[in-house]
Design a protein around this ligand. Structure first.
Ligand SMILES: [Zn+2]
Length: 109
């Protein structure tokens, strides 16, 4: 397991708690759960580093206005299909945060 990133909720970079969890389902699924010792946030270890980085900056008012304009264009059907509209708005949010789109692996993760 890669090093755990700071807590996505409080930004604490200290040691995290790791607990072995067994779900009470038919498969008795087991996983490790990470707990932030500062704020108590917890999630499965495999998901911890997938949370948005705490280094993300809030959008500027100009960026929010741009996204609002795109949502309005989507509502007016200017992008042809819902799928194209969703892709467009996702690209705009990524651009506003400076996030590089990851290669499409063809699976929902
Ligand atoms: Zn925390």
């Amino acid at each position: 397991m890669a090093d755990l990133l700071p807590c996505p909720f409080c930004g604490d970079d200290g040691e995290k708690g790791i607990q072995a969890v067994t779900m009470m389902n038919a498969e008795r699924t087991q996983f490790n759960r990470v707990t932030c010792r500062c704020c108590g946030a917890m999630c499965p270890e495999m998901n911890w580093n997938r949370r948005a980085s705490s280094s993300l900056q809030p959008l500027t008012d100009q960026q929010i206005e741009g996204l609002a304009a795109e949502v309005w264009a989507i509502a007016q059907g200017k992008y042809g299909s819902i799928s194209a509209a969703v892709d467009r708005i996702a690209d705009s949010i990524r651009a506003a945060h400076g996030i590089v789109k990851q290669a499409d692996t063809g699976s929902q993760t």
